[in-house]
Design a protein around this ligand. Structure first.
Ligand code: SDX
Length: 388
């Protein structure tokens, strides 16, 4: 159209930020946290040790680890007045809507801190790591119409979450160690992932000097979308919609149809153009959990495995380097554990909180300036208002 700005494509530059926390090599399917490969961390570490590593930059000594775990366990309860926030929601509210509201409200409980001081930033870290499982479980209990369950400090991090999710005043949930270990692995595999959409949202919000709890709420809002953290929920919905192996070809054809915006959930990635290394660990964990639960013949797992095989053999997917991503298997594990689909992204948000915090902390620990993305203006050039 006449008078529109044009621009030199050479002007386009990706405004990258510097970070020492996580490194991704998308072409080769590499993910390092402070230099350690995710596969080795998933094999030998656990979520709380990874929390320490992401923020502090080094693995903790045994003494540092014990002190960290002890501090987390002393802050797992939420202020009793927090429970009133839940009552404002309808019982059929999506748990992500509730979590977004309640985590944002934490900024009203810790507003008297000077977050330019690392000691106060540590206070925020411990409260977030300790309270996110409690808040997540409360979101579930509220939508179930069940009373909130208090944390039990003698349980480990993943066990405590499962206890708060599934115990009731009538009886405690019996913790299966295979399930607890799988839960911890899911937390680890979702902990951080460089400058993804939700982490970039947290960094941008934090660059204005906003309260860290409010910044975490902005990350939760961004993660909710089906193109991002909402994909695990969308994968399960898609597998249930496929329903049977015979219907797979029809869905694959839909995904290739350029007219139809349908995409195979759990496939593809903005950065990985190879197997997401987290998906490989998640697939192994999925096999272990379903075997432990006697569900190795789960029909959805069969559909998932057949879908994965097609994606790895089909020209359309190979050409576009569409591999299974972290969300492809996690939903099958969570469903097998008995966690409702509506809670999948809540668990992703709970796991990713440490990543959001680590990036926020890294940014505000140094001199930083307010983020201000620029645009490529393609509208009208200056024109005068028509004279009457
Ligand atoms: C997460 O950034 C992160 O790090 C995110 C995350 C994290 O840990 O924070 O890893 C978590 O968000 C994982 C992604 C979860 N989302 C999904 O599984 C939803 C389904 N995936 C797609 O929506 C998509 O793959 C995205 C959003 C993940 C990436 O979208 P892009 O960047 O547009 O994909 P692309 O540029 O690589 O697409 C190349 C081609 C395109 O076709 P053509 O125009 O070249 O013909 O592949 C097509 C796309 O249309 N395509 C798909 C597809 N994904 C891309 N076709 C069918 N099914 C798909 N899933």
């Amino acid at each position: 159209a006449q008078g529109l700005f044009t621009y030199d494509p050479g002007f386009v530059s990706t405004a990258a930020c510097e970070s020492k926390i996580t490194y991704i090599d998308g072409e080769n399917g590499v993910l390092l946290h402070r230099g350690y490969p995710i596969e080795q961390l998933a094999e030998s570490s656990d979520y709380l040790e990874l929390c320490y590593l992401l923020v502090r930059g080094e693995l903790p000594t045994e003494e540092q680890s014990n002190e960290y775990r002890q501090t987390v366990s002393q802050h797992t309860m939420v202020h009793d007045q927090m429970t009133h926030f839940f009552n404002g929601f309808r019982r059929d509210a999506h748990p992500m809507a509730i979590m977004c509201g309640v985590v944002g409200a934490l900024s009203a409980f810790y507003h008297d801190k000077d977050f330019s001081d690392q000691e106060h930033r540590d206070i925020a870290m411990f409260r977030l790591v300790a309270k996110m499982p409690t808040v997540a479980a409360m979101c579930y209990k509220y939508t179930m119409g069940q009373p909130f369950v208090y944390p039990k400090n003698e349980l480990n991090y993943a066990e405590n979450f499962l206890h708060m999710m599934f115990s009731t005043p009538c009886g405690d949930y019996e913790i299966n160690p295979v399930i607890a270990e799988a839960m911890d692995k899911i937390f680890m595999l979702h902990a951080d992932h460089e400058q993804n959409a939700s982490t970039s949202t947290v960094r941008l919000a934090g660059s204005t000097g906003a309260n860290p709890f409010a910044c975490m709420a902005s990350g939760i809002a961004a993660l909710w979308g089906p193109a991002h953290g909402g994909a695990n929920e969308a994968v399960l919905t898609m597998l249930e919609e496929i329903g049977d192996i015979e219907h797979i070809d029809e869905f694959v054809a839909k995904a290739k149809d350029k007219e139809d915006p349908f995409r195979l959930m759990g496939f593809g990635h903005r950065v990985y153009k190879n197997f997401d290394p987290r998906a490989k660990v998640m697939r192994q964990t999925c096999d272990e959990v379903l075997e432990a639960l006697g569900l190795e013949n789960d029909p959805l797992l069969k559909i998932a495995k057949r879908l994965e095989q097609i994606a790895l053999e089909d020209e359309y997917f190979i050409k576009r380097k569409l591999y299974p991503n972290v969300d492809f298997y996690s939903g099958i594990i969570l469903r097998a554990i008995g966690i409702p689909v509506s809670m999948f992204t809540v668990i992703f948000a709970m796991s990713r909180t440490i990543g959001w915090f680590a990036h926020w902390n890294e940014m505000v620990s140094e001199d930083y300036r307010i983020g201000r993305p620029r645009q490529l203006y393609t509208g009208y050039t200056k024109r005068d208002y028509p004279t009457k």
